[in-house]
Write a protein that binds this ligand. Sequence first.
Ligand SMILES: Nc1ncnc2c1ncn2[C@@H]1O[C@H](COP(=O)(O)OP(=O)(O)O)[C@@H](O)[C@H]1O
Ligand SMILES: O=C(O)C1=C[C@@H](OP(=O)(O)O)[C@@H](O)[C@H](O)C1
Ligand SMILES: [Mg+2]
Length: 169
Amino acid sequence: MFTGFMGVGKTTIGNLVAKKLYRDFIDIDAVIAAEYEKPITEIFQEIGEKAFRQREKEIITELCHKKLKVISVGGGAFLQQEVRDIAMSSCMVFYLDLSWGSWKDRINLIIDSRPVLQGKSMEDIEKLFYERQKIYSQHHSKVTMDKQEVEEIADHIVDSIKLAWELYD
Ligand SMILES: Nc1ncnc2c1ncn2[C@@H]1O[C@H](COP(=O)(O)OP(=O)(O)O)[C@@H](O)[C@H]1O
Ligand SMILES: O=C(O)C1=C[C@@H](OP(=O)(O)O)[C@@H](O)[C@H](O)C1
Ligand SMILES: [Mg+2]
């Protein structure tokens, strides 16, 4: 499972790692968007963040137990203690970490599709970025995303998963 702040690349890396391991990829946001037949921004407007978090938790709880899947959660999923607990006990949790300096250059790529960021100043977003770091402290492996291409990062993660499988054999 991949966790970390919005825009760090969880969906991109999760998809790539799943392909490299010949496993199915599940993006929790995509599951929710498919269920409501709407993008996440509209779901937030319609049902509000609280109801979104509830559904997010239910779906993660249901899908976390499925074996042989690669899962990316939204960056707010780990706000919920129950999600952190279930993820840590059922999955191998990778925390994708990116510095604020690199992250802020990516804002234009994501602002339109991330309701949590909309209407906030860069100072507010920076504050949220640092506040959120503590929720990602529960993980099994931390991957630093700065100065690396996605292919390189995905290969590194695939190698560490294969090594963990060998160790558990
Ligand atoms: N390592 C990277 N370098 C540059 N851009 C990236 C990288 N990883 C992801 N992106 C881009 O950043 C945006 C957010 O990526 P995404 O995978 O959706 O992040 P998340 O799921 O963590 O929110 C996308 O436009 C994606 O193409
Ligand atoms: O951090 C958050 O609160 C959110 C992150 C988003 O996912 P990504 O982390 O994939 O952008 C998405 O779940 C929603 O917009 C809320
Ligand atoms: Mg994502």
